[in-house]
Write a protein that binds this ligand. Structure first.
Ligand code: PMP
Length: 415
């Protein structure tokens, strides 16, 4: 690994995008903001903020039910955003794109509508040890309701999935596999193609939690051949309160609605109700139209830069940060997978992560500290918490230098 991996020209080019993000000009405690909490929520560029505002100022009304012009504009904007997501994921049809509040709601939808009616005592749900709570608890709830068993595939000390163990745990009782595409606590990129091939060889459908993947890697659900894919807008430069569940059409068709209400029905009477077609069957109530429009604008923005170029730039940033942080006495990086995306989790001897987070905040540096909604990962590594710096393409080597200096100073003072 070399420290000079980011070419100055790439650094300069990507630094120019900072001007697209008004919030990056904020000062925190009198210091220029260094925003390294992108894994929790990334920031929105003007293009997204403008699209949300334009929607609110010129297009907004309730969707689908109105004959008046604004309602039709809102419907066109909302359905246009769905088509934009379809292209982004390379799904076959927009019927496979369901808008949700985020990754959490998307996974709960699959747990309640796909898994719960199908599972019974002795059936198994296979996940991994490095999941976010959003990809653990919904399955525990289904297991509790049905008598099914949650089976957890182990990871190793690098934070990589133990693929032979995963293979051995896939059994004739496995009814669904659900794993992260990228771990939010460790940055591990999981071997998603192998997971799909292994599961499909046993006719087991696969869900990927793509919350940490879509901002950093090009995702093509047809190439991946997964059955479900979930992600959130707010981690990929879009708004909060909007996310996506991709589902293979034939499987979605076979699933009952999970929430009832307006928009998900064709007819309602007390002798029986008929349900709407995909994707509306899974979108009860008034959706987040402005959020969907903002998400589509975020996708356009990412496309203009190019996810492949973003991935390459962020990879270099990650290597630079890894090398510089590793050199700090007493600092241990948690999660050293060979394939990693865009974040460094670490502990610092003698300084609790929460204290470190507070010290860095005084320097204007925003990192996340805690268990990152992945308590089993913390348990596995025997730490109560880590500090996590998670990068976006608008971060710079100079910002990483500031992080490193502040962490080293904290170690010198308190460690
Ligand atoms: N899965 C992963 C891997 C995540 O990082 C997160 C957010 N931290 C979630 C799921 C949940 O996403 P949301 O809160 O947007 O539903």
């Amino acid at each position: 690994m070399s420290a000079a991996v980011v070419s100055p020209s790439a650094d300069q080019e990507f630094a120019r995008y900072r001007a697209d993000f008004p919030i990056l000009a904020e000062r925190i405690h009198g210091k220029p903001l260094v925003y390294l909490d992108n894994g929790a929520s990334s920031q929105r560029p003007t293009a997204v903020l403008d699209a949300e505002r334009r929607y609110a100022e010129h297009l907004h009304a309730n969707v689908h039910r109105g004959v008046h012009t604004l309602s039709q504009r809102a419907t066109d904007a909302y359905e246009g955003a769905r088509e934009r997501v379809r292209v982004f994921l390379n799904a076959r049809t927009a019927r496979e794109i369901i808008f949700t509040r985020g990754t959490t709601e998307a996974i709960n939808l699959v747990a309640q509508s796909y898994a719960r009616p199908r599972l019974g005592p002795g059936d198994e749900i296979l996940i991994t040890w490095l999941e976010h709570h959003a990809n653990i608890v919904p399955w525990q709830m289904v297991a509790e309701a049905t008598g099914a068993r949650l089976v957890v595939a182990p990871i190793d000390r690098r934070g990589e999935l133990d693929l032979p163990a995963f293979t051995a745990l896939l059994s004739e009782r496995t009814r669904i596999v659900a794993t992260a595409h990228v771990s939010n606590a460790l940055g591990t990129v999981l071997p998603v193609r192998e997971i799909v091939a292994l599961a499909h060889a046993r006719n087991v459908p696969v869900l990927f939690d793509g919350a940490q993947a879509v901002p950093h890697l090009k995702v093509d659900v047809r190439a991946l051949d997964c059955d479900f894919y979930a992600f959130s807008g707010h981690k990929m430069y879009g708004p909060t309160g909007i996310g996506v569940l991709y589902g293979r059409e034939a499987i979605l068709e076979s699933m009952p609605p999970w929430q009832g209400g307006g928009d998900m029905i064709l007819t309602v009477s007390f002798s029986g109700t008929t349900y709407n077609a995909l994707p509306h069957k899974f979108e009860a109530g008034t959706p987040n139209m402005g959020g969907a429009v903002g998400l589509a604008a975020a996708i356009d923005y990412l496309d203009r830069i190019g996810l492949a170029r973003i991935a390459a730039f962020e990879h270099d940033l990650l290597e630079y940060a890894t090398e510089r942080l590793s050199a700090i006495d007493g600092l241990t990086i948690i999660g050293t997978a060979r394939a990693k995306a865009s974040l460094v989790s670490f502990t610092l001897a003698g300084v609790h992560p929460h204290d470190l987070g507070t010290i860095l905040d005084q320097e204007g540096i925003a990192i996340r500290t805690g268990h990152h909604c992945a308590m089993p990962v913390m348990e596995f590594f025997g730490v109560p918490a880590t500090a996590r710096a998670s990068f976006a393409f608008y971060n710079t080597r100079a910002e990483i230098d500031r992080l490193v200096e502040a962490v080293a100073a904290a170690r010198a003072l308190f460690g």
